[in-house]
Every structure is written in structure tokens, then in C-alpha cells.
Design a binder for this molecule. Structure first.
Ligand code: HEC
Length: 223
């Protein structure tokens, strides 16, 4: 027993004495520490040749690159861009229960703290007087449209920040549908009929059109 203990201590000492603070310890699986594949922010000389002497492997995207899940947004962050988006930009996402449900979920996370769950501009932060000037979605002076809603989510507006980095393009359009639903509810307008087929890309021109006979029959056949 005594000898076993002594042997054990010698063994431990032996192992410890091998450790050099300035040197990496023994690696059981070196491949897992020193990746054979290129690591994003590591250095590799080969990249210096094509990257102006900067050896970092992560490079700036090629000009004209488009992020996955995004299409270029053509309306600029200024008054003209806002007005143009407001007038002509349309939500081409199908008006389905699924898209609306996702829109509500995201709205409650990202927007309701200020705008309120009903979109009346009386969210928790407003009640706590932490932020001022949050409009109700039925504010006649603003007369928001699905295009303008997307535009302000994309770029932000005054004290409201941009949501382009928090949500994907599709998610922004899902929230957009939900905001327009809240607006219609606040205004007491008829609720827009749901599309059931997610493949349908075309949408009625406006909420009012949804109640005409022609649209009505289209909706019925889609169900
Ligand atoms: C931090 C509080 C806050 C949050 C969170 C917030 N907003 Fe806003 N929002 C504002 C304020 C303040 C304004 C008024 C800005 C102005 O015009 O001065 C505004 C304005 C708007 C408008 C009207 C813009 C117009 O065309 O006049 C819309 C639509 C809107 N927000 C939608 C959203 C949506 C959708 C979200 C969630 C993705 C959101 N907001 C999140 C504070 C917020």
C-alpha cells in the first residue's frame, strides 16, 4: 500500500514537472485544437496575397454580394425613400394564419414594449414614461401602409431603431402583416380574409378590395 502511494506521488510529480507554462500542454486530439480547415479569424499567409497584405482569413464580401435570406432593399433612408416605399412597396408574403401567428409572436417580442400589444402606442415603456411620441397605428396623420411599415422596420425612424439585424426579411414581412391587422382592428375596419395556400403570392390590392364579390369568390376557392 505504502509503495503504491509513493508510486502515485512520483507519477503525479513526473507529470506536473513536464508542464511548461509557456508551452501548450499535451494535446490528446491535436486535430481538434489545430484545425486543418481554415478558421475564420486565424491568419494564413496565402490570404495576404489576395487581401492587400492582411493575412486574416475572413475577407470583406465581394462587391455586390447579397446576404443569404435577403434581397437588396432599394429604398433609401431618407424622406424620398420613405414616401416611395409608402406609396408602392407591397407585402408579397401570403396572408396566412401561419404568417400572421409568426408576425404576432415577433411583434410581441420586438415592438409591443413601446407600441402596445394592440398597437395603440401605449406599451409598457410608454406607460413608464421611458419613451415619448410612440404613435398609434391608426394615427390618421401618419396613414401607415405596408410599405411604410417595412421601411421604418428596415431603417428605423427617429428614436425607433432598425430591426433589420434582428429579423430576417421574411420575418419583417410577417410582422408587417400583423401591424396592418392591428391597424385595421384599431380603425374598426373589416378583418382581411386569410389565404390558406402559402404558395399564393398575389394579394388583394387593399383591405377594402377584400370585401368585393370578385375577391370574395377568389378567397372562397382558395379555401
Ligand atoms: C423603443 C420603442 C419602440 C420600439 C421597440 C418600436 N418602435 Fe416603432 N416607433 C417608436 C417611436 C418613438 C415612433 C415614432 C417615431 C417618429 O416618427 O418620431 C415609432 C413609429 C413607428 C411607426 C410609424 C412610422 C411612420 O411611418 O410614421 C411604425 C409603423 C412602427 N413604429 C412600427 C414598429 C414595429 C413594427 C416595431 C417592432 C419591429 C416597432 N415599431 C418597435 C418606438 C418604438
Amino acid at each position: 500500500m505504502k509503495y503504491t502511494n509513493a508510486l502515485f506521488i512520483v507519477l503525479i510529480l513526473g507529470l506536473v514537472s513536464c508542464a511548461d507554462k509557456d508551452d501548450p500542454n499535451y494535446q490528446y486530439f491535436p486535430d481538434m485544437y489545430e484545425s486543418l480547415a481554415y478558421e475564420t479569424y486565424a491568419e494564413a499567409e496565402i490570404f495576404g496575397q489576395i487581401n492587400d497584405g492582411n493575412n486574416q482569413e475572413a475577407m470583406i464580401p465581394v462587391e455586390g454580394s447579397i446576404s443569404r435570406g435577403w434581397m437588396p432593399y432599394e429604398y433609401e433612408d431618407n424622406t424620398e425613400g420613405y414616401e416611395a416605399a409608402k406609396a408602392e412597396l407591397k407585402n408579397t408574403l401570403a396572408y396566412t394564419e401561419e404568417n400572421l401567428a409568426k408576425g404576432k409572436e415577433l411583434y410581441d417580442i420586438y415592438c409591443a414594449t413601446c407600441h402596445g400589444k394592440k398597437g395603440n402606442g401605449k406599451g409598457w415603456l410608454v406607460q413608464q414614461e421611458k419613451i415619448l411620441g410612440v404613435p398609434s397605428y391608426d394615427d390618421a396623420g401618419r396613414a401607415i401602409t405596408e410599405g411604410s411599415v417595412y421601411h421604418v422596420m428596415y431603417w428605423g425612424i427617429n428614436t425607433m431603431g432598425s430591426y433589420a439585424s434582428q429579423m430576417s426579411e421574411k420575418e419583417l414581412w410577417q410582422v408587417d402583416h400583423y401591424v396592418m391587422k392591428l391597424k385595421a382592428e384599431l380603425e374598426g375596419k373589416p378583418v382581411r380574409a386569410l389565404e390558406n395556400d402559402p404558395q399564393i403570392q398575389e394579394m388583394p390590392e387593399s383591405l377594402a378590395d377584400a370585401s368585393t364579390a370578385e375577391e370574395g369568390s377568389e378567397m372562397a376557392s382558395a379555401e
